[in-house]
Structures are given as C-alpha cells and as structure tokens.
Design a protein around this ligand. Structure first.
Ligand SMILES: O=P(O)(O)O[C@H]1O[C@H](CO)[C@@H](O)[C@H]1O
Ligand SMILES: O=c1cc[nH]c(=O)[nH]1
Length: 236
C-alpha cells in the first residue's frame, strides 16, 4: 500500500512515530536506540524505521525541512498507516535571554508565518497546539532524566534566512522559546486528520548571542532529547 512518498507495506509503522527533520538522524536514532530496527521506507532517501524500545513497538521517520515537506509525511502516516502519535524531535534557535544552547524546549503551541493553518481554518487564526498528554509525558520523561524542559510557544518559520530584521525583537517580546520550521504544520495536520502531536527540540544555536553548538555537542544533547522522547513515547 505505498503512497507517493512512503513505500512501506500496510502495518509497517507503529502507532507512535518520532520524526526528526534529517533522515540520517532517523537512521542514527533507529540504529542506536531501537532493538530489531528494520527500514520500512526510503523513498527520496526519507528513511523510516520500525523496531522496539524497551519492548514497545516504535517507529522513526525523517520529515525533511519546512512545513510543506513534514506535512506530506505526517498526513500520509496518519491517513494511510494509522499513525496516532507524532513526536517531532528537532533542533531550534533561541532568542530569549534565559534560553540557552543545549536547553530542551517543548512546543505546547506553535506560532508561524506560514499560511497552511489559515488555508485549513477558513482564513482564521488556528491556535496550533500540541497534545497535552504527549507534552505531559515529555515533561515527565525529561524530569526523570534530570532535565527541566522549558514548555511554551515555538515559532515555525517558512524561512530559515528571514529577511525581516525586526522579527527577532518581536519573537523576544512574545516569549518565543525556539525558532524552527515544522511544529505549526505538524500540529495542523494532526488536528485535520485526528491524530496527536507534539514537538521537542534541542536548542542548537542562540540567534541573538550568536552562539552555536559544535557537531559533537549537538550529538550529545540530541541523544538526551531522543531518550526523553522515546521514554515518553512508550507511555502513550
Ligand atoms: O533539526 P531539524 O529537525 O531539521 O529542525 C530544524 O533544522 C532545520 C533547519 O536547519 C529545520 O528543519 C528546522 O526546523
Ligand atoms: O529553524 C531553525 C533551526 C535552528 N536554528 C534556527 O535559527 N532556525
């Protein structure tokens, strides 16, 4: 039962899928953290895997960069493969003084400059929100790992290289915890097709302070976030 973008057979995905932007991160997560991981799709090299974590069946699949890309995969996973829970596991940039590189942030809500949710919602402002149960599970799992995750609003931007130089000040004023490129789209898809979704991100850079994590640091902090997401996933 392939779709235009996923070549897996029916039943190939677990009910809960962790989704990083980078398909190679999906491969790394599956090979490092899952037992008996099997690759179930590789269309356009957007790798997807299913295996078990602490005895529970879990899938991992990349979603690419930006709302158009992640929306395709999230929609097909939900409507064609019966996926119920999507947890985006990503990276984000920080703008606030009290958010630091390597912090873990959870997107309870996601603001955006994308029009996708207005297209869905008759041109009104849809409040793109995470599933509260998944957020709770993520917060609890983070606490068990000794990490006080910050929970709040993300900004999902259509543009990585944003031309509006005033935008950062606005994001600071409105308390945006992290800038990334997908959460608002995934929350919109989940709402449209009756699934649950949440986003957890590791802060990879501070946009105002111009601080960046090294590739090695990113890998280590990313590992913390993955374990939090997997420990939350098996409670769903
Ligand atoms: O690390 P990922 O999950 O890809 O997330 C962030 O990184 C990409 C931009 O470099 C965008 O996809 C953004 O949302
Ligand atoms: O989308 C992203 C991801 C990391 N850092 C940013 O500034 N934007």
């Amino acid at each position: 039962m392939a779709t235009p973008h996923i070549s897996a057979p029916a039943g190939a995905f677990a009910q809960t899928v962790l989704m990083p932007g980078d398909p190679l991160r999906a491969k790394y997560i599956a090979e490092t953290f899952l037992e008996n991981a099997e690759q179930v799709t590789a269309v356009r090299n957007m790798f997807g895997y299913t295996g078990t974590y602490k005895g529970k069946r879990i899938s991992i699949m990349g979603h690419g960069m930006g709302i158009p890309s992640c929306s395709i995969y999230a929609k097909e996973l939900i409507t064609e493969y019966g996926v119920k829970n999507i947890i985006r596991v990503g990276s984000c940039g920080a703008v606030l003084d009290d958010v630091h590189v390597r912090d873990v942030v959870i997107g309870l809500g996601a603001s955006t400059d994308s029009k996708v949710n207005r297209i869905r919602f008759r041109d009104h402002d849809f409040a793109a929100t995470a599933d509260f149960g998944i957020v709770q599970a993520l917060v609890q799992a983070a606490a068990q790992h000794g990490i006080a995750a910050k929970v709040g609003n993300l900004f999902s931007s259509d543009l990585f290289y944003h031309p509006d130089t005033q935008m950062t000040e606005t994001l600071r004023k409105y308390g945006i915890l992290g800038v990334e490129m997908e959460a608002a789209g995934i929350y919109g898809v989940a709402a449209e097709f009756g699934a649950k979704a949440a986003t957890i991100c590791t802060v990879s850079d501070h946009i105002v302070r111009e601080e960046y994590t090294s590739a090695e640091e990113r890998q280590l902090t990313f590992n913390d976030m993955i374990q939090i997401a997997l420990d939350a996933a098996i409670t769903l």
